[in-house]
Design a protein around this ligand. Structure first.
Ligand SMILES: [Zn+2]
Length: 63
């Protein structure tokens, strides 16, 4: 992690959303939005894994 990248508010560390290739949002890293995170999660779940009833609740919500 570099301080230079952290300084740039509104920009993340040069990452792009793996779903739609837009610049990622730091609140939803590595995705651009909660929607894309959800899309990816569903792909991931349906593709390989089944999570046993664990709700999606990010714990790093306090910034
Ligand atoms: Zn996206």
């Amino acid at each position: 992690m570099t301080n230079d990248a952290a300084k740039k508010e509104g920009q993340t560390l040069g990452k792009r959303c793996p779903v739609c290739q837009k610049p990622a949002d730091k609140a939803h890293t590595p995705f651009c939005s909660a929607r894309c995170a959800d899309v990816d999660l569903h792909r991931w779940l349906s593709g390989r894994y089944v999570i046993p009833g664990k709700p999606l609740s990010p714990e790093r919500d306090e910034e």
